[in-house]
Design a protein around this ligand. Structure first.
Ligand SMILES: [Zn+2]
Length: 72
């Protein structure tokens, strides 16, 4: 692994601790939207952890989008 490179899985695990569980915002309609892949992305500033990177998390489920890939 090159220096300064963090594996996404590890990074996502630490990002997931930055915000509380959002599923209380959810309801059946939003859950359905998520199951259909229509997530409610909200951008998260992770510049403190990973400079010049951005991540988004879904306000309705536990998914996180990072570098174009979606993580649980
Ligand atoms: Zn979602």
């Amino acid at each position: 692994m090159p220096e300064g490179e963090t594996r996404p899985e590890i990074l996502i695990a630490s990002l997931a601790r930055l915000w509380p569980n959002r599923q209380h915002e959810s309801n059946w309609l939003k859950s359905l939207a998520c199951r259909l892949g229509m997530h409610r992305w909200q951008e998260l500033d992770i510049g403190r952890l990973v400079p010049n990177e951005k991540a988004s998390f879904c306000r309705w489920c536990t998914k996180i989008r990072f570098r174009g890939a979606v993580y649980e």
